[in-house]
Write a protein that binds this ligand. Structure first.
Ligand SMILES: NC(=O)c1ccc[n+]([C@@H]2O[C@H](COP(=O)([O-])OP(=O)(O)OC[C@H]3O[C@@H](n4cnc5c(N)ncnc54)[C@H](O)[C@@H]3O)[C@@H](O)[C@H]2O)c1
Length: 356
């Protein structure tokens, strides 16, 4: 007999919520029970569209016993308190990226979830893309040989109106900025593939959003702890926005993902299965280059289905927060480096004062 679908409750009915709603609607392993949003009009609109209970607060959401897992979809700086409260109430938690704004908060969230025996996953859905999984496996199998370079290029566009569509999007304190908000996905893919960075040297600029007091552009050099080098070139200033790239090269091969498709997959030991891998993904699937909702919900569904499986079968979710911690540390290191105007060694000696 099939498992009973896991009941999910969403905290936050904003921009990303419909991606969770559609994923839950399509899932056979999970079902949407309720949404809570302080903005009653938003919550009501979402509830009407997706046919679920509507609440205002997390406490009300947690009072519903059918909610087994809470998806935290609030602005970045508010993840911490919601994750801790949901875990203390005995609910599993799936938090949107970045997990929190500091390593200290991330560690506390991980500890609290462990203490209360609940699963804790992070939505970094790009990790599940087939090209990324293929690169990960090829690295593990030694097909690249010694890794030499891993870089990411995110030449996106967001209008000034986007930054003012919600108060937090232009607020550093609330967790905005191209590094921690948009590029975080691709910093994470590089970290997921290469392991942690040992040194970052970053420069941050605002090229095209003069009314916004944030960096819209990040240029960074990365020394990976495994000895490889890399660069991060990420911006929301570059109209019309083009597909992001993640590039990995080793002594025996190069792989490049563009958007969600495999653009380049070349190894000295070409194998029969490589032809199929070269076909992974599609140029017609949006990956948020041109606007904040220009992407598909399928990757969210993989993450949510995995979370449901991890809850029903008692194993760790595929993207646990401790595997995201080094990405957050790299992003924080970049902010510190840009602030100091000099390279920063990782792990960080201190995270105090980075955003002040
Ligand atoms: N994985 C992705 O590709 C992706 C894409 C977009 C956004 N995100 C992430 O999702 C999160 C939300 O982003 P968004 O763009 O949907 O933001 P948003 O501002 O559109 O929505 C957030 C909602 O949370 C509500 N809210 C805030 N505090 C609350 C509280 N204490 N209780 C109840 N409701 C509360 C707000 O009223 C708002 O409606 C962020 O962490 C962001 O980084 C991820």
């Amino acid at each position: 007999m099939a498992d009973k679908p896991v009941g999910f409750g969403l905290l936050g009915a904003g921009l990303v919520a419909p991606f969770h709603g559609k994923a839950l609607r399509a899932s056979e392993k999970a079902q949407l029970v309720a949404v809570a949003d302080l903005d009653e009009a938003r919550g009501g609109k979402f509830g009407g569209e997706f046919g679920c209970a509507v609440y205002r607060t997390l406490d009300e959401l947690l009072a519903n016993p059918e909610v087994e897992c809470v998806n935290v979809l609030t602005p970045n700086a508010y993840h911490f308190e919601a994750v801790v409260a949901a875990a203390v109430a005995g609910r599993h938690v799936l938090v949107e990226k970045p997990p929190a704004m500091s390593l200290r908060e991330t560690d506390r969230m991980v500890e609290t979830c462990a203490q209360h025996g609940v699963r804790f996953g992070v939505v970094l859905q790009c990790r599940v893309r087939k090209p990324i999984q293929a690169i990960k496996q090829a690295i593990a199998a030694g097909r690249f040989g010694k890794l030499l370079m891993c870089s990411t290029y995110m030449k996106w566009f967001r209008s000034e109106a986007y930054y003012f569509s919600d108060a937090w999007r232009s607020s550093r304190k609330s967790g905005a900025g191209v590094t921690i908000q948009h590029a975080f996905h691709y910093l994470d893919l590089c970290q997921y593939l290469m392991g942690p960075a040992k040194r970052v040297d970053a420069r941050m600029e605002n090229l095209a959003h003069p009314k916004v007091e944030l960096e819209d552009t990040l240029l960074a050099r990365v020394d990976w702890a495994n000895g490889a080098l890399g660069v991060v070139d990420a911006s929301t200033a570059l109209w019309p926005g083009t597909d992001l790239r993640v590039e990995v090269s080793g002594e025996y091969g190069t792989a490049i993902m563009v958007g969600e498709r495999m653009d380049t997959w070349r190894f000295r030991d070409d194998r029969p299965e490589d032809d199929e891998i070269r076909q992974y993904g599609s140029a017609s699937v949006g990956t948020a280059a041109t606007g904040p909702t220009d992407f598909a919900f399928f990757d969210h569904q993989v993450v949510i289905d995995d979370m449901a499986d991890s809850i029903r079968h008692g194993y760790s979710p595929a993207i646990p927060a401790d595997t995201v911690r080094p990405t957050l540390e790299m992003a924080l290191g970049m902010y510190l480096s840009a602030k100091l105007g000099q390279p920063v060694e990782l792990p960080l000696a201190s995270e105090d004062g980075i955003f002040s």
